[in-house]
Design a protein around this ligand. Structure first.
Ligand SMILES: Cc1cc2nc3c(=O)[nH]c(=O)nc-3n(C[C@H](O)[C@H](O)[C@H](O)COP(=O)(O)O)c2cc1C
Length: 376
């Protein structure tokens, strides 16, 4: 019965033309997460294998969003001391404020990981209740918690009690369309003491299908007192301004649009701050940043390996680190280069590269062709 009523509730929202038009226009003010000011009110979304330290540092320099979030960190993996996971918790002093996102199903282990995040210097700890992928949900973590409100609340309470820094939660609207679970859950978490909630306005069962339903963000905004960040399908400055003004949410979170494209995020932060939108990057600028991304990822990998070995790396260990870093960026580097004849061929070459030298040689060729084409 409850699920049936909730379904009707979702349908009712869906048929309202404009549920929360606040009429606000840019510039949009910052907001606070506890004592921390998030200004501009734009957040780089947590993305597994994407929002690594080198990527976040570049995003901070080029786009300066109000908050950056790490990729999600498995509390269970941290508990067992997995090096691969622990290195994802490293923070660069220049990327503040920074939130470390954690996921798990065991309150005590989540509390332990939150304490470690605080010790490692996180400004905020975020709890993932939005990940829908089976490998995460089958352990009772991520979006599976949307189906188990008591456990979800227990986890939030354990984390809030474990740390001094503010705790936030990222949810989806619910598990499936039968229940818009976010408002009830969010109110419970608010009472337990979280300082901000992010809503990815899709149901877990949707994965990334369909469009995010921003009307759900407007509904949730009305139900909560703490800041609410809206998320889902913000790709352009216009999208960001529209989400903020139509839903009344306090900030926008940007994910896919920022992958290999810090300039898209920069355009969004400018629009939300009421600043002129910067010129899009030239191909040469894109190439420079792609190469910077690769070289700082290699450096990061080498430093972490060296820390683990507690001695300088041998030449073959250095090559191993380079290979690991380059492989991890295989899906991302090709996304930096697009919009010219032959781009598909270049992307395929980049995808197959296994060293910095190969990537650099391919991109250098692109730069030369582009320069030659532009000559009078
Ligand atoms: C490659 C990728 C990895 C993601 N990893 C995470 C994650 O670790 N934690 C999380 O809360 N959401 C994760 N998400 C979801 C995003 O944070 C965001 O909610 C979603 O992409 C919708 O925003 P967008 O439309 O701006 O991309 C991931 C999304 C993508 C595309």
């Amino acid at each position: 019965m409850e699920a049936f009523e909730s379904k009707l509730y979702v349908l009712a929202i869906a048929t309202q033309p404009n549920i929360a038009s606040s009429g606000n226009t840019a510039p949009f003010p910052g907001f606070k997460i506890g004592e921390i000011t998030i200004d501009p009110p734009v957040v780089l979304a947590p993305m597994e294998d994407v929002t690594s330290l080198p990527m976040r540092v570049i995003a901070k320099r080029i786009a300066n969003p109000g908050l950056l979030v790490t990729e999600f960190i498995s509390a269970m993996a941290v508990h067992y001391g997995a090096e691969k996971t622990l290195k994802k918790m490293r923070i660069d002093p220049g990327e503040r404020p920074l939130s470390i996102q954690i996921f798990g199903a065991e309150p005590a282990i989540m509390a332990e990981t939150a304490r470690l995040a605080e010790e490692m210097g996180a400004d905020i700890v975020d709890i993932n209740m939005g990940c829908w992928v089976p490998k995460v949900c089958k352990t009772g973590s991520g979006a599976a918690l949307l189906k188990d409100p008591d456990r979800a609340e227990e986890i939030v309470r354990a984390v809030v009690n474990a740390v001094q820094i503010p705790v936030t939660v990222k949810v989806r609207a619910g598990w499936d369309y039968s229940l818009f679970a976010a408002p009830d859950l969010a109110k419970r978490f608010e009472q337990v003491g979280i300082k901000m909630l992010t809503l990815h306005a899709r149901f877990a069962k949707q994965g990334f299908e369909g469009e995010a339903d921003w009307r759900l963000i407007g509904e949730l905004r009305k139900a909560l007192s703490i800041p609410l960040v809206g998320n889902g399908d913000v790709k352009t400055p216009e999208d960001a301004v529209r989400m903020l003004s139509e839903t009344g949410c306090d900030g926008v979170m940007v994910g896919r649009a920022a992958i290999a494209n810090p300039w898209a995020l920069a355009a969004i932060t400018a629009a939300v701050s009421g600043q002129p939108i910067p010129q899009p990057p030239t191909l040469s600028e894109r190439i420079d940043v792609a190469l910077e991304h690769v070289s700082s990822a290699i450096q990061f990998e080498e430093e972490e390996f060296e820390k683990r070995m507690k001695r300088p790396l041998s030449e073959s260990e250095r090559l191993d680190s380079e290979g690991r870093a380059v492989r991890a960026l295989r899906g991302i580097v090709p996304m930096y280069v697009k919009g010219f004849e032959g781009a598909a061929q270049v992307r395929s070459e980049l995808y197959q590269s296994s060293s910095y030298a190969e990537i650099s040689a391919t991109l250098q060729k692109v730069r030369e062709i582009a320069n030659a084409t532009l000559e009078p």
